[in-house]
Every structure is written in structure tokens, then in C-alpha cells.
Write a protein that binds this ligand. Structure first.
Ligand code: B12
Ligand code: SF4
Ligand code: SF4
Length: 368
């Protein structure tokens, strides 16, 4: 290839990268960046995290060996990753800070109030890939959102979308951290973007705010203590010592993000798909505990909440009901009656958590 050809193809790849950014915005992504596939340092951190057992029962985190940290091993031929961000914060939900103050209300993390993000992002990423294909012809690519062995935050940091904060989420000076990530692995040698710079400084607010002490060191989350893991990923019994610390958080947890100063700059998402469904931002624990399995399946259709399953859902709410302070409750009998109504549930997991919750309620004021 002559020098002129090389210059020309570089120029056209640069122009293509700019056009991809514009198409990304048109498809509803707030940001898009490109990085190479070199993740050596992150691979070491991932290995350390696994060696410490911080993944708990998430066997899928270690199942794929180095394919998670080496994009070219997962999809041969990959030389670049197009990383995207889609914001999910809504200003039409009851504020989490308000719900945290009211222990009889159910607190569902912000990301799970609306439609399952996997579906929303995957569809748009596929459209973006098809748009690129129209322009350049057939090319090698695969789209990912969360479900595959991909180090999404590390790639997004490299692609300039933000930095991995001490709570281990990706955050951005202009947008905070209330966003999802997705990627296109590709064989197009696009020009790469500048990695983002870390702006956590001396701040340790997220570490201090974590109710269960899950951020065991800056940038290191022991998932086994994280309420998000306990309420979503863990299939069995929730460790007794952590239950009282979970409060009314029944699906996921946002405390480390709620306290982060950079989230002052987060903007509400324009996506109607992420608006709260079925009043999930404003139900009492007693109301949700009364849902039958059919109601659960119907009201969580197309929602990420399905992941925890009906028994997981009841398990989580039982813990939260146990955590209602009877001396501060207007109707402590309603909490007890709700728990007793499930005391004979066919699932041993549910029964065990209900028993624990009833015992805690009986302790009365002294238990809180
Ligand atoms: C497993 C997982 C979890 C687990 C474990 C969390 C974790 N920190 O790993 C659990 C169930 C706890 C979880 C919870 C949540 N998750 Co999650 N989760 C994932 C998943 C599938 C993999 C993450 C991963 O690779 N972990 C492996 C470990 C090693 O990574 P890490 O802890 O982030 O550590 C990195 C850095 O901290 C750094 N590092 C590690 N040690 C050290 C040491 C030093 C000194 C330094 C400098 C750096 C450093 O390197 C590591 C590798 O990059 C991703 C999707 C994906 N495929 O990437 C979504 C993902 C990370 N989750 C997401 C979300 C939204 C959440 C929750 C906010 C949901 C909620 N509200 O409940 C919480 C946040 C909890 C938290 N503080 O992390 C989003 C995050 C978006 C964003 N803005 O960053 C993702 C990207 C999904 C998506 N597609 O949008 N999650
Ligand atoms: S999501 Fe909640 S429990 Fe998990 S690290 Fe953040 S504050 Fe701690
Ligand atoms: S709360 Fe502070 S330390 Fe934690 S991620 Fe935000 S800026 Fe970084």
C-alpha cells in the first residue's frame, strides 16, 4: 500500500468514526467512544477479584478464562471496541432518598424501574451495526450488552466514556453514573479515543455510604456483601448478619451512586422505556408481598426484575418486612399479618426468611 493510500484510508476511517458517533446519537446513545483491545492491567485486577472469591456464586464470572479480558479471544478478528452509554435516570419516579426514609415502602434500584435495558440497548446497537454495514459493506462485528464475558467498564473507560470510580461503577464528569453500557466488537481498525481521567480524588463517600461495607477497598467490591448481589444474583439464603443492613432495598441497591457528588450533574433520560412501570417506584412492601406468582410474572414482563424469580422476590421482601421498625410503624400488625400469610409458603427459602422476619418483628423496639 502506498503512503497516499494509507493516508487516504486513515482519513476515511476517521470520517467513518465521526459518522458512527453521529448515528449513535441519533439512535439515542448519549455517548460513544472507540478503544483497542489491550486490557492487561484490568485482566490482572479481574484475576485478583476472582482469586479473593469476591464473585461469590456468580460462576459465570470465572467460566470463560481470559476471553472476558481479551476481546480477540471471544470474537476472533476483533481489533476495536465501540463502547456506548445510555442514560436511565428518570425524574418521574419517587426519589430514592425519600423511599429510604420510609421503611414500609419498597425500594427498587433506579435501573430496574422500567423496561429491561438488555433489550433496549441490544436493539439499538444492532441498528447501529446495520447502519455501519450500509456504509462500509459486510464487516466483522458482534454486539453485547452485559450478558456476555465482556469487561464493559474497563472498555468504556479506555474509550473515554468515563472512569471507574471507587464504587467500581463507570462515571462521567458531565453525566454521573446513572447509565448502562453496551459494545460492538469489530474488525474495523477505527481510530481510538483518549481514555478518561479519574476524578475521584480524596473522596470516599461511596465507601462510607455502603450499608453493608461491600466496597472493601477503593475500586474493589466484594459482591458477596453487595445488596445488588444479595437481592438479584444470590439464589439461596441471605446471610443473617447482612439482612438487617439491607433495610427496604428489595431489588438492587443505589446507595454508592446516590451519594456520589458527580451525580449532581446527571440528566434525566429521554427514553420512555425507562419510565417506572406498574408503580414500581411507589408500592408498599405489604402490597408487593401480596402479589401472586401470576401477578409477579405479569407486572414484571419485559423487566429486569424477572431475574430474581418469584421466590427470590418474596425472600427479598420478607427481609425488608423484617426490617420495618414496629415502633415507628402506623400499622405494625399489617406487617406481621403479611408475613404470617406466607409462613406456610411451599418454598423452604421463603419460609426461612419469613420466620426470621417474624422473629425480628417480635423483638420489637429492642431489635432496631
Ligand atoms: C458482575 C456484575 C455485577 C456484580 C459485581 C459488581 C462488580 N463491581 O463487579 C453485582 C451483582 C454486585 C453488580 C452490581 C451492580 N451492577 Co453490575 N455488573 C456486573 C457485570 C456483569 C460484570 C462486572 C465485572 O466485570 N466485574 C468484575 C470485577 C473484577 O470488576 P470490578 O469490580 O468492576 O473491578 C474493576 C475495577 O474496579 C478495577 N479494579 C479492580 N481492582 C482494582 C484495584 C485498583 C487499585 C484499581 C485502581 C482498580 C481496580 O479493575 C476491575 C476490572 O475492570 C457488568 C456487565 C459486564 N459484562 O461488564 C455489570 C455492570 C457493571 N453492572 C451495572 C450496574 C448498573 C450495577 C448496579 C448499579 C445495579 C444496582 N443498582 O443494583 C450495581 C452496582 C454495584 C457496584 N458498586 O458495583 C452496569 C454498570 C454501569 C456503569 N455506569 O458502570 C454494568 C456495566 C451493566 C451494564 N451493561 O450497564 N454487578
Ligand atoms: S450497590 Fe449498595 S451494597 Fe453494593 S456496593 Fe453500592 S452501596 Fe454497597
Ligand atoms: S463517591 Fe467519590 S470516591 Fe465514590 S465514585 Fe463518586 S467521586 Fe469517586
Amino acid at each position: 500500500m502506498s503512503q497516499a493510500d494509507t493516508g487516504e484510508s486513515l482519513g476515511s476511517l476517521q470520517a467513518l468514526a465521526l459518522r458512527i458517533k453521529t448515528w449513535g446519537q441519533e439512535l439515542g446513545f448519549q455517548q460513544l467512544g472507540v478503544c483497542d483491545t489491550q486490557l492487561t492491567q484490568h485482566e490482572q485486577w479481574l484475576e485478583g477479584w476472582l482469586a479473593d472469591g469476591f464473585h461469590g456464586e456468580m460462576a459465570y464470572m470465572q467460566r470463560h478464562g481470559t476471553r472476558r479480558s481479551r476481546p480477540g479471544e471471544l470474537v476472533p478478528g476483533t481489533v476495536r471496541v465501540i463502547s456506548v452509554r445510555m442514560d436511565y435516570l428518570t425524574d418521574q419516579a419517587r426519589p430514592a432518598a425519600e423511599l429510604l426514609e420510609q421503611d414500609e415502602e419498597a425500594l427498587i434500584s433506579r435501573y430496574a424501574l422500567g423496561r429491561d435495558y438488555h433489550k433496549v440497548l441490544r436493539k439499538r446497537l444492532q441498528k447501529l451495526a446495520s447502519r455501519i454495514e450500509q456504509e462500509v459493506g459486510p464487516f466483522g462485528y458482534r454486539v453485547f450488552v452485559d450478558s456476555a464475558p465482556v469487561l464493559e467498564k474497563a472498555l468504556a473507560e479506555k474509550a473515554g466514556l468515563g472512569w471507574i470510580g471507587k464504587h467500581s461503577n463507570l462515571l462521567n464528569r458531565k453525566a454521573g453514573s446513572w447509565f448502562f453500557l453496551g459494545e460492538i466488537y469489530t474488525d474495523l481498525p477505527l481510530p481510538v479515543d483518549e481514555p478518561a481521567i479519574n476524578h475521584c480524588g480524596d473522596c470516599i463517600r461511596c465507601i462510607q455510604a455502603c450499608p453493608t461495607g461491600a466496597i472493601v477497598a477503593p475500586y474493589q467490591v466484594d459482591a458477596r456483601r453487595c445488596i445488588s448481589y444479595l437481592t438479584i444474583e444470590l439464589k439461596g439464603s441471605i446471610p443473617h448478619e447482612l439482612r438487617p443492613l439491607m433495610g427496604n432495598r428489595i431489588y438492587g441497591c443505589d446507595d454508592c451512586q446516590l451519594t456520589c457528588p458527580w451525580n449532581r450533574f446527571a440528566m434525566p433520560s429521554p427514553e420512555a422505556d425507562f419510565l417506572p412501570r406498574h408503580g414500581l417506584d411507589s408500592n408498599t412492601l405489604v402490597e408487593l408481598f401480596a402479589w401472586s406468582e401470576e401477578e409477579f410474572l405479569q407486572r414484571t414482563e419485559g423487566s429486569a426484575i424477572r431475574r430474581t424469580g418469584y421466590t427470590g422476590w418474596l425472600r427479598n421482601i420478607a427481609v425488608a418486612l423484617g426490617n420495618v421498625d414496629p415502633s415507628g410503624s402506623e400499622n405494625p400488625a399489617a406487617v406481621r399479618v403479611a408475613l404470617e400469610s406466607r409462613a406456610g409458603h411451599p418454598s423452604a427459602l421463603v419460609r426461612e426468611h419469613v420466620e426470621w422476619a417474624l422473629a425480628r418483628q417480635k423483638q420489637g423496639k429492642s431489635g432496631f
